[in-house]
Design a protein around this ligand. Structure first.
Ligand code: SF4
Length: 314
């Protein structure tokens, strides 16, 4: 039998997250270029029952009761299958039953069905919802997300807007950057402008970190990620990078090497701020030079300033 509960695994967004796979492997409304299972996906848009919510909840209970060490207990239960979780017509009931376990519930969705009243009704029950926001331009959407033919991006846009108006939990967006597809200035500006309209709590910018099913796909490079960060920052208050490292920009260890590696995994850091950090920790420039030489961070120019960013790959 397929594994339906996994973790707890560390997640920068959610702390320790216990994953629930509420649909059978590889069923989705999209076939994203960067998806690791992209080509193998079975596409559908009709919601249906896959598993009984009580069976999934019992499996979660079994995992929770096997956790002996308090520090390993999850902070969130996250519904995040290898496919689209809102295809499950029992999603609302599942969320309700999981919440009885006294842990907050997150759903990571591509938002393709969010215009449907029953999907909205289900998602409103979750404490945290992450919606995919790769692009809001129809031509690019068809290229990057390869949607089912019955889907319509304008309906998705208005579905996200109406959901956001009603939702009282934490709503975040995730934009996956694919080189040459959705990472031009105009594309990013268009995406960020729409994200601004529904006041997402945080806009996350990600790059594909696992090998995609379509081999000719490349993640955007570090320079483009800095550009994307700044374009989003012009419109959205809270923007963070998800580049495959579990960096934490908000904790300072007092160790320059550790601090700069974790901060630059989340935010590009301007040179003056880096020098200030060096000064505070009484370290000297040679550490910085060594980190660059070891290809752990990269120095890049944007808009007349130098920035440092964690390198995605060595
Ligand atoms: S929405 Fe998620 S599961 Fe579906 S194709 Fe895209 S990346 Fe893969």
């Amino acid at each position: 039998m397929e594994r339906r509960i996994f973790g707890p695994v560390p997640s920068r967004r959610l702390g320790k997250s216990l994953g629930v796979n509420n649909i059978p492997h590889k069923i989705c409304t999209y076939q994203c270029l960067y998806c690791q299972i992209g080509k193998a996906i079975k596409m559908q848009v009709n919601r249906q029952e896959y598993f009984k919510p009580e069976d999934l909840v019992n499996e979660v209970k079994t995992v929770l009761s096997s956790i002996k060490n308090h520090h390993e207990y999850p902070d969130y239960i996250t519904i995040v299958p290898d496919g689209e979780p809102t295809l499950d017509s029992n999603l609302g009931e599942l969320i309700e039953k999981l919440k009885d376990l006294k842990l907050p519930v997150a759903v990571i969705t591509n938002a393709s069905l969010i215009n449907l009243p029953d999907v909205q009704r289900d998602l409103l029950k979750a404490d945290y919802v992450s919606v995919k926001a790769d692009t809001f331009n129809t031509e690019t959407w068809k290229k990057i997300n390869i949607p089912h033919k019955n889907l319509n991006l304008n309906e998705i846009r208005s579905g996200i807007s109406s959901f956001a108006r009603q939702y009282t939990g934490k709503l975040v967006t995730e934009t996956m950057l694919v080189k040459g597809i959705n990472d031009s200035y105009n594309e990013l500006e268009n995406t960020a402008r729409f994200v601004k309209t529904f006041e997402a709590d945080t806009a996350y910018i990600a790059i594909p970190t696992r090998p995609p099913a379509f081999k000719n796909i490349q993640p955007s490079d570090e320079g483009t990620v800095i550009k994307a960060y700044h374009v989003f920052k012009e419109h959205v208050d809270k923007v963070e990078l998800l580049t495959g490292y579990e960096g934490n920009a908000f904790s300072s260890t007092g160790n320059f090497r550790e601090d700069i590696l974790s901060i630059t995994a989340v935010h590009p850091m301007r040179e003056d701020a880096v020098l200030e950090l060096l000064h505070k920790t009484n370290d000297n420039n040679s550490i910085l030079a060594l980190l660059i030489e070891d290809k752990l961070i990269e120095k890049l120019q944007y808009n007349g300033h130098n920035y440092f960013l964690r390198k995605f790959r060595k």
